[in-house]
Design a protein around this ligand. Structure first.
Ligand code: DON
Length: 595
């Protein structure tokens, strides 16, 4: 019997309201009629009931994208490890059991808060190889060569994850490094049972795995994978074993580094031994700001997340959000107007602060925010010049992963990590068994050219050797009255920032539990394309009409949640109880495990 702390936000809970035959017929009829009646979202809203499920742990909690990874972390905590020990263990476990985003070939960000109130962040984002050039994805005529920054060896940034884990462990770890990686070595060597979702996702990319690799990686399987099958990764097990014995050198030097560089040479990639040896994570001061009696602590550049979140909340504070009613037309209109302005700033002003100047203080100054939002009308959208359609069509499958941890002492860790796209560049390092990222696409590969998330960028986010590409990843920690209140983050590309914004606003403005805040339907807008994306079931028809009447173009976004934003949150209740909410709403494998 799993303990209550082992319960995920379970899929079955969402299906508790099974539609009757008649309701299904009506639903099918509505599906056909929907495009003509502008009912795209309505027909789902009553059949996918939200359930306030999640894990409850008295002392410590891990919420991640996979049950096996959450349990590995929970065991580390239960054996006296701290949140940082658990983070290392979870990160490596996700690199085995959740290879679409969990990684050693990618990078990410950590925001932490120690029990004594000290806060900080660690940037282990990928960097452009030294041989990278500003126009490396453009042809002779200066046009973008389609797909070059997304698939294959040239799309790969210098990985930061292993150095990140080693660095955070050196500073904060309490358990021996090798013991934290051991469970992942075992998972890779002995294999693990595929969930339905994991099998389906391996199957979706079989053609890419075959096209991008000159050998047959273990994920490739004739006839495809089925739920319940065991999958093993012997080369990955060996690589993890080497890392467990040699630490950072086990990845950036020696056999694994040789294999990675060989892979680059054979596939036309740029990463060299010099790139690997030079990779260093960076401790950075967090972005910190207040919102209605809470302090929010988030990630500074090279992520845009913290600055954007500060702009959003500082803007939101001028309005009585709660009085608008959750997901009412007035509510979504206001959130949309705030978000459009913030994403326009993101496109122009943000980049890697090790290379370009970013005026964080100016962008988050109350006067600036007030002036920027002064023309927000409650009844009409502020006009935009250009509306670019085709957002979804332009998008490749993407995947990132976030995990939140709180230990028994009250230390909190929020880590978001990614390969960027699902399985990154789809390239597996031959002999070493891990996927490489396609993070180079997060640069503005050409001014004004939208990346796979439709995000625009300019010179501040142009490619330069050794530079980090701008991110939206927003690992975030919230305190109230000096006490830990929440640990939050999500995958979702451009929707990461708005998902974190709305989840926290749900907790603070609408007093929702973690499970409610995570599962509440979200909307998204990012200035360009000039549309409001609405998650299925997020609004009633009347509210949608209200939003349209304010001048917004509503956009069907069927994959909003189960492909993208999936918040993993821990909320500390007034009595100190930890509530872990893993977003499992569409058959995800996400899991909250506490003790
Ligand atoms: O750093 C970023 O913002 C992106 N590379 C994140 C990618 C992502 O979230 C994909 N996930 N669903």
């Amino acid at each position: 019997m799993p303990s209550p702390a082992d319960q995920p936000a379970n899929q079955s809970a969402y299906q508790s309201a099974k539609p009757s035959v008649l309701a299904m017929l009506v639903m099918v009829a509505l599906m056909f009629a929907a495009p003509f009646l502008h009912l795209q979202y309505l027909y789902l809203s009553h059949h996918w009931r939200l359930a306030p499920t999640g894990g409850y742990g008295a002392q410590a909690m891990v919420v991640s994208a996979h049950r096996l990874a959450s349990e590995v972390g929970r065991d580390v905590l239960a054996q006296g490890g701290n949140a940082f020990d658990a983070a290392v263990a979870v990160n490596f476990a996700l690199a085995v059991v959740y290879q679409q985003a969990g990684n050693i070939g990618g990078g990410g960000f950590m925001v932490y808060r120690l029990a004594d109130g000290t806060t900080g962040t660690l940037d282990f984002r990928e960097r452009a190889p030294f041989a990278a050039t500003r126009d490396m994805y453009l042809d002779d005529k200066g046009e973008v060569i389609k797909g070059l920054s997304l698939k294959g060896h040239l799309a790969v940034g210098v990985p930061g994850s292993v150095a990140g884990m080693a660095t955070l462990h050196e500073r904060f770890g309490s358990k021996p490094w090798d013991t934290l990686i051991r469970p992942s070595v075992t998972l890779a060597a002995e294999g693990f049972i595929l969930t339905e979702k994991a099998a389906r996702e391996f199957n979706r990319f079989q053609r890419d795995f075959a096209a991008q690799n000159r050998f047959a990686p273990p994920v490739l399987k004739q006839g495809g994978w089925r739920q319940g099958e065991r999958i093993k990764f012997p080369n990955l097990a060996r690589t993890l074993e080497t890392i467990s014995q040699q630490g950072r050198a086990g990845f950036y030097e020696g056999r694994v580094a040789d294999l990675l560089v060989d892979e680059m040479v054979s596939g036309g990639g740029l990463i060299t031994h010099q790139d690997l040896a030079a990779y260093t994570p960076v401790w950075r001061a967090p972005v910190r700001f207040n919102y209605r009696g809470h302090e929010i602590i988030s990630m500074p550049p090279p992520s845009s997340g913290g600055v954007a979140l500060a702009q959003l909340f500082k803007g939101a504070e001028a309005f009585d959000i709660a009085s608008l009613g959750h997901n009412s037309a007035a509510h979504i209109h206001l959130m949309t107007e705030l978000q459009r302005r913030v994403y326009a700033d993101r496109a122009t002003h943000l980049g890697d602060t090790d290379f370009v100047a970013v005026d964080i203080a100016g962008l988050t100054a109350p006067d600036y925010i007030a002036a920027r939002n002064a023309d927000i009308s409650p009844t009409q959208k502020t006009p935009s010049e250009v509306v670019k359609p085709g957002y979804v069509a332009a998008m490749e499958s993407a995947e990132t992963t976030h995990f939140s941890i709180v230990d028994a002492a009250g230390n909190a860790v929020a880590i978001t990590t990614t390969l960027n796209g699902m399985y990154g560049a789809k390239v597996v390092v031959r002999g070493a068994g891990f996927f490489l990222n396609n993070e180079m696409d997060d640069f503005a590969i050409k001014p004004g050219h939208a990346n796979q998330f439709g995000l625009l960028g300019d010179s501040k986010n142009a490619i330069a050797p050794g530079k980090r590409m701008l991110s939206s990843m927003t690992p975030t920690i919230v305190t109230k009255d000096g006490k830990l209140r929440a640990v939050v983050g999500t995958p979702g590309g451009a929707t990461i920032i708005t998902s974190v914004f709305q989840t926290l606003s749900n907790m603070i403005d609408f007093n929702m539990s973690a499970a409610e805040a995570v599962h509440a339907r979200k909307s998204h807008s990012q200035w360009q394309p000039d549309v409001v994306m609405l998650e299925k079931g997020s609004m009633s028809l009347a509210n949608m009409r209200g939003l349209s009447a304010r001048g917004h173009r509503l956009y069907p976004y069927p994959y909003f949640k189960w492909q993208l934003g999936r918040v993993e949150a821990i909320l500390v209740h007034e009595d100190g109880t930890l509530e872990g909410a893993a977003d499992a709403s569409r058959g995800f494998d996400d899991w909250a495990a506490g003790y």
